[in-house]
Design a protein around this ligand. Sequence first.
Ligand code: ADP
Ligand code: MG
Length: 394
Amino acid sequence: MKLHEHQGKDLLRKAGVPVPVGRVAFSVEEAEAAARAVIEETKNETVVVKAQIHAGGRGKGGGVKVVRGVAEARAAAEKILGMTLVTHQTGPEGKVVRRLLVEQGLDIARELYASVVPDRERRRVVVMLSSEGGMEIEEVARRSPEKILTRAIDPAYGMRPFEARDLAYGLGLGEPATGKLARVLQALYRVFVAEDCALVEVNPLVVLRSGDVLALDAKVNLDDNAAYRHKDREALADPTEEDPAEAAARAAGFSYIRMHGDIGCMVNGAGLAMATMDILKHHGGEPANFLDVGGGASKDQVALAFKVILSDPSVKAIFVNIFGGILKCDVLAEGVIAAVQEAGIRVPLVVRLEGTNVERGRQLLADSGLSIVVGQDMDDGARKAVALARGQGA
Ligand code: ADP
Ligand code: MG
């Protein structure tokens, strides 16, 4: 689950990371009041109005405005609230801004980058630090990887003070910034572990002329596998940020991730789902989704999964690729038939079934009167799905 910047900053603040004074606002009036309060508290007329969406790159997209005074803050809020913000992370359709963070404007001396992420190869949580803040870290990694410092942390000890100082020293900031930076890094690591995060990224982490170090941005992703350990978490979810199809799939207990292609995939098992996407791409197609209905899906769950795929308007063909193990082929067939009878189907359907009760499954589909293209095997099915999505005959 992704958090908004203001929620991420709340977590950081509680862990002892300095963050700017700020308030969240859901309307222009609230934004105006927030600006007044922030100016009052900081005795500084400079405030920043920031769009809160689950994506970065807001600055470049026009979602972050530095202004002076309450009237200008109100004008900025009027402009940003309700706008569709397009950034390199939102996709071309953009995201509608429904809330703002109004915060203290700071006089920045340097913009750094810091993050805490799992490193699968090292099998450790890694703390990353770079002098190149404010830019896309992927770009820094490509152009000047030597400017990214990393330290893998032993979970038995956590991030110890000397490790944090060693990393911080690497940027040559001098004192007092280095010592403050080291403490911030330790706090970021503590947040990552205590909150069961998948990512804590602060870009930029800024150094002020005074040597103070503050988190100016916060991107915190929580690991959903640990949701059961944090019962209070649901309150942080923002349903308006979620893809409705993904939310429906999650509620029903299967994994569905929307992609950018046009071939809807209905598969059981994550490995087979990945292989199915690979083989579609191999034949020149583009999957519209990743979907794993899971091992023990019922007829109703299969039907729901099928409807979720159909709800995506970019789907031009559907490829059902099922290896019947615990999920039997006849149950799958019943689910597909039920979904089509209820919701109709507007695109060609290719089905490749193998495994338990395969004969019965095929028979049910044949008797259903649905127009189904049979994939003899995975390769054949994928080729036919790609051709049909292009409007060619299979
Ligand atoms: P995003 O990463 O989505 O573009 P950021 O929160 O990183 O959004 O803001 C973009 C840029 O705006 C920052 O790199 C910084 O230069 C500036 N900025 C953001 N917040 C403040 C602030 N409180 N004071 C001064 N400048 C800010
Ligand atoms: Mg940023």
